[in-house]
Design a protein. Structure first.
Length: 319
């Protein structure tokens, strides 16, 4: 294919012309046309990622070959809530199977996060922080099946969102299209909260979680095909992470939330027909190392997952 670039006096005009012709040329590289399972844009099936939301195209091909619609269950949380570790450990547990659920990660793109997390923990460290740029997010897709499931599959489909990106999207909608498109299709949601920050700095965690829940409700109420009900039917699981260092959260998550997350609890009671509070931990014990410059590093001493798959089981049972 020949790409013609015309000269313009305006640099902006020239740039826009090149961008349009490059975008048009994508659709002639192959005869196969597919729809992105995340944002719905039609693309030529030759590239690795969707041009709009950066979702792996292999994800869309997997769902298309399966022949049944996806059931999105994303995982969200503020920066530092432990999303990367939680997601990686969840995939690892589902791949081995639990008493009620079994999962199959699809595509090589889904394996990266699981390998990164388990390798880091085995080497007595936590995974690197997720980059803010959408191009650096690791997407996962895990097909979940279970004996008690009313539908054939549930899909843990989510990028490992950076908490800073999520905060930017909440304050300035459409800053990150992938976040909006994933949440529009969500049929269940896991929201992670750092239990230690909830205990020690409850106001900030409470307000952020409530803003996230409010954003989700407003987003779904704005969709044209959704009924305007007083309460959203989507099940919402609030997961208090790092409960190994905050035992009061693990002992009674709902009581802990009522004492430390009162705004979020009230909002959930008013706007979500189905919501639950859970506690989880990945490490059995950890230590803090302080170097000569005073920098502190948290080191996992041994792995002892607890409460990782239970929130997902609850969401699937309520869906």
């Amino acid at each position: 294919m020949i790409l013609v670039i015309r000269k313009h006096n305006s640099m902006n005009d020239s740039t826009r012309l090149v961008d349009r012709q490059l975008e048009t040329s994508r659709y002639f590289l192959t005869d196969v046309q597919e729809d992105c399972v995340c944002c719905g844009v039609t693309y030529a099936g030759s590239g690795p990622f969707c041009m709009r939301c950066m979702a792996p195209l292999e994800l869309s091909r997997t769902v298309r070959r399966r022949g049944t619609p996806p059931r999105f269950i994303p995982v969200l949380g503020a920066s530092g809530a432990g999303k990367t570790v939680y997601l990686g450990m969840l995939l690892d547990i589902l791949s081995k199977g639990t008493q009620n659920l079994a999962g199959l990660t699809t595509g090589s793109f889904s394996m990266g996060l699981q390998i990164q997390t388990t390798t880091a923990l085995e080497n007595r460290r936590f995974p690197e922080k997720t980059p803010v740029e959408a191009e650096g997010w690791q997407w996962v897709h895990c097909e979940v099946t279970g004996r008690a499931m009313s539908k054939a599959y549930a899909d843990v489909i989510t990028p490992d969102f950076a908490g800073e990106s999520l905060a930017q999207e909440i304050d300035h909608p459409n800053s990150y299209p992938a976040i909006r498109h994933v949440l529009e299709k969500a049929q269940g949601l896991l929201v992670l909260c750092d239990s230690m920050r909830v205990r020690d700095a409850a106001l900030g965690e409470d307000l952020f979680a409530m803003k996230l829940a409010s954003y989700l409700v407003q987003l779904h109420e704005s969709l044209p095909d959704r009924r305007h009900l007083r309460k959203l039917e989507m099940p919402l699981a609030v997961v208090l992470t790092k409960s190994d260092e905050c035992p009061e959260a693990g002992d009674n998550p709902e009581l802990f939330a009522s004492s430390n997350l009162p705004r979020l609890l009230q909002f959930c009671q008013r706007r979500f027909a189905k919501h639950g509070f859970f506690a989880s931990s990945v490490v059995g014990s950890s230590a803090r190392l302080i170097d000569a410059h005073g920098c502190r590093t948290q080191v996992p001493l041994h792995i002892e997952p607890h409460g990782i798959a239970e929130p997902l089981e609850w969401i699937i049972g309520e869906s």
